[in-house]
Design a protein around this ligand. Sequence first.
Ligand SMILES: NC(=O)c1ccc[n+]([C@@H]2O[C@H](COP(=O)([O-])OP(=O)(O)OC[C@H]3O[C@@H](n4cnc5c(N)ncnc54)[C@H](OP(=O)(O)O)[C@@H]3O)[C@@H](O)[C@H]2O)c1
Length: 237
Amino acid sequence: MNKNILIAGSTGAIGSEFIRFYSDDPNVEKIVSLSRKKIEPTHNKIQSIELDYSNEQSFENLNKISQLESLSTIIIATGILHTDQIKPEKSIDEINSKVLEKVFQVNVYGPILLVKKLLPLIKKSQGVKVVFLTARVGSISDNGLGGWYSYRSSKCALNMMIKNLSIELQRANKENIVIGIHPGTVRSTLSEPFLKYVKHGIFSPRESVELMTQVINKISQKDSGKCFDFSGKVIDP
Ligand SMILES: NC(=O)c1ccc[n+]([C@@H]2O[C@H](COP(=O)([O-])OP(=O)(O)OC[C@H]3O[C@@H](n4cnc5c(N)ncnc54)[C@H](OP(=O)(O)O)[C@@H]3O)[C@@H](O)[C@H]2O)c1
């Protein structure tokens, strides 16, 4: 069956790899690519649309999603851990409300408001897989180290949004599935400053996307609301 896929964060390391992966998939008919700056489509099945979570007006651009009758998969691969102005907090002394607000805006408010805007298209579809890129550090039970207050708690809040949305979307259509997925530690702008401290394996974006797409292909209704890692293992909340 031909699939239409929407990918948010398509200029990021992981998002751009999802775009490449699905561009090469003959079963994918259309790809809607969302990014802060428009991309030059490398394939005629790609429609590029600008979306910046920090600019409310830019959500109106989603009205430009043209001629789509349905979506099969939504992948939200946006997120921040640090910026020029933001460093993940090592201790409570470093917490500041502007940083919390910015990290929550990009990691929580933006993704859920995006799905809200896509609801009419989701409702027209025959069952959609909504996949949010989350992080293992958002798990409360996995937190043995502390630190990274804004990022950790934003991903934890995102995981609750995922659970809530899974309940509501499955009521509307039992074929809808909503999950979070942890990509592993992947070489990217987001992870780069911290890779020197990583003691386990580091994935290339391609390796991570190949693993995650296997998980996305396998998930079924019973999995909705859960968070998985790249190998398909459930991450406890
Ligand atoms: N890399 C890892 O090791 C790792 C581990 C665990 C979880 N993750 C999660 O995986 C996801 C993708 O991360 P990545 O490693 O691919 O990082 P990345 O290369 O830095 O990509 C992040 C993406 O988020 C977009 N973004 C940032 N601010 C935005 C805003 N205001 N509005 C809309 N989009 C915005 C970026 O857009 P621009 O290109 O315009 O900046 C970029 O496309 C994130 O959710 C991250 O938390 C990554």
